[in-house]
Design a binder for this molecule. Structure first.
Ligand SMILES: C[S@@+](CC[C@H](N)C(=O)[O-])C[C@H]1O[C@@H](n2cnc3c(N)ncnc32)[C@H](O)[C@@H]1O
Length: 206
């Protein structure tokens, strides 16, 4: 039986990785020679990248073995080199090579060592390489309430629990993402609103 977190990631994947998101990536990212997905989860993004962008090679990093097992199933039919690495990026930020694109979906916000991770991303990109972030965008409490309204697990919470839950997702705003990536020498390329509480942003290394 699948782990509950794995299931949640599978179920919610297409709510944020929409057709418009992939069109946005296609429009701005000009090379897909080697691709890294940080916090790759069950591998759905890697699978989509392989199908849509025909990369030369792909790598996924995740701390959970059950996520990597799922990713392996999805990458089995990809006819080119791939690697899946079990690693806790808050303990070790080595990204194992150079990439033309690094994706980080729904993962960066929670890193205590975000500065070290952004530095590692920067030095692991080739010149002109891209960082594609998809993450939560800090919003008022009311916006989270409205966003989660349909979710039965959210409906079961008390008002206090709902207010506290929002804190998990509201670490940074889109302005914060832009500011922090600029601090680590990324150039802002484009942003796209995914939902009232999610954004995607693309940065490029000089
Ligand atoms: C919310 S899920 C997102 C999965 C996928 N990127 C997506 O958007 O569908 C976050 C993923 O990042 C992984 N993760 C969280 N913290 C991590 C860390 N410190 N090092 C490596 N992976 C991490 C989790 O195990 C999980 O698979």
């Amino acid at each position: 039986m699948r782990d509950e977190f794995v299931l949640r990631m599978i179920e919610s994947f297409s709510e944020v990785h929409t057709e418009q998101y992939f069109q946005f990536v296609k429009k701005h990212v000009k090379r897909f020679n080697s691709v890294l997905d940080i916090g790759c989860g069950p591998g759905l993004l890697l699978e989509q990248i392989c199908e849509r962008f025909n990369p030369g090679s792909v790598t996924g990093i995740d701390l959970r073995p059950e996520m990597l097992e799922e990713s392996k199933i999805r990458l089995k039919s990809f006819g080119k080199p791939y690697s899946l690495i079990k690693q806790h990026l808050q303990e070790d930020t080595n990204l194992h090579g150079k990439y033309s694109v690094i994706f980080a979906s729904r993962v960066l916000r929670s890193f205590e060592n975000l500065d070290d991770v952004l530095k590692a991303i920067h030095s692991s990109l080739v010149d002109g390489g891209y960082l594609v972030i998809l993450d939560w965008d800090q919003q008022p409490v009311k916006t989270y309430f409205e966003y989660f309204e349909q979710s039965s697990s959210f409906q079961r919470l008390t008002v206090g629990e709902k207010i506290r839950r929002r804190r998990n997702f509201s670490w940074y705003s889109s302005k914060d993402w832009e500011f922090m990536c600029n601090l680590f020498s990324f150039n802002f390329i484009a942003t796209m609103r995914i939902s009232p509480v999610h954004i995607s942003m693309i940065f490029q290394k000089n």
